[in-house]
Write a protein that binds this ligand. Structure first.
Ligand SMILES: Nc1ncnc2c1ncn2[C@@H]1O[C@H](COP(=O)(O)OP(=O)(O)OP(=O)(O)O)[C@@H](O)[C@H]1O
Length: 253
């Protein structure tokens, strides 16, 4: 059977580089269905980012296999692989000396698209993420707020129309109101575009709001794997502990 474009399959994935006392990832097996959003949730240092980075080959597992759209990542042409995977990080990675439209269109420039194709696509994407091109396209990154830069980062990750979008704490540096606006924008966009998305977050509410499925990572292991609507009512001890920690202010009130 051939795997669907946009599926991600981890099979017995481990990451235990020399010199570390315990594996950072420990025998993780998961299948992420194409077109779904999965949140990786867990405390700092649990291995979420490391697992995410095995998808685009920034981390190569020391054991097991990762398959993207059915193709093994280890040994793949990583440049080609990454063309099909958008990547959004907290720091945005926008080039400071390039306008917003050029930053957004950069993956298309690398793919050899013409200037008019690039501009048309960049403007459509800027519109999609809530940055009106007439106002923002020619600005430089420093002329945008943190939230607006993050919107541009999402637009750039989508420029080459990848099947998969990896998001590593994309809204971690934003205030709660801007963060909520960004979450709504992203949820609408993901539902409309049907991408496979993998989101690393510490934020339980963000995970439940954005994802179909929430995977709790603890010390490099899958501690729980639940549909997002089941998280708050879960009886699993480690999930309850996470929910209790988030609810402590309400409990105290
Ligand atoms: N290449 C590496 N070599 C050795 N240790 C590493 C390597 N990569 C990550 N680590 C360690 O692995 C652990 C997990 O890191 P990771 O960034 O995946 O955690 P995380 O759950 O994403 O944390 P955070 O939420 O703080 O970003 C950390 O202790 C980190 O220092």
């Amino acid at each position: 059977m051939t795997a669907a474009a946009g599926s991600v399959e981890f099979t017995h994935v481990s990451f235990a580089p020399h010199g570390v006392s315990r594996p950072i990832l420990n025998d993780i097996s998961l299948t992420l269905e194409a077109g779904t959003t999965t949140a990786l949730l867990g405390r700092s240092g649990s291995g979420k980012t490391t697992l995410l980075r095995t998808v685009n080959g920034l981390v190569l597992p020391t054991g097991g296999s990762v398959r993207v759209s059915g193709n093994e990542v280890v040994g793949a042409d990583l440049i080609k692989l990454r063309r099909g995977i958008g990547y959004v990080i907290q720091e945005t990675g926008l080039y400071p000396h390039m306008s917003i439209e050029r930053n957004v269109a950069l993956p298309l420039e690398l793919a050899g698209k013409t200037l008019s194709e690039r501009t048309e696509r960049a403007h459509a994407l800027l519109h999609d993420v809530g940055l009106e091109p007439s106002q923002y396209a020619t600005r430089m990154p420093w002329q945008l707020s943190g939230g607006q830069r993050q919107r541009a980062g999402v637009a750039r990750a989508l420029a080459a129309d990848p099947a998969i979008l990896l998001l590593d704490e994309p809204f971690g540096a934003l205030d709660p109101l801007t963060r909520a606006e960004m979450q709504t924008m992203l949820r609408d966009l993901l539902a409309r575009l049907g991408k496979t998305a993998v989101l690393v977050t510490h934020d339980l509410q963000e995970a439940i709001f954005l994802a179909h499925r929430v995977i709790f990572i603890d010390a490099g292991n899958v501690a729980a794997d639940l549909p997002s609507q089941d998280v708050l009512k879960s009886d699993l001890a480690n999930v309850k502990e996470y929910v209790r920690a988030v609810n402590r202010f309400e409990a105290a009130g």
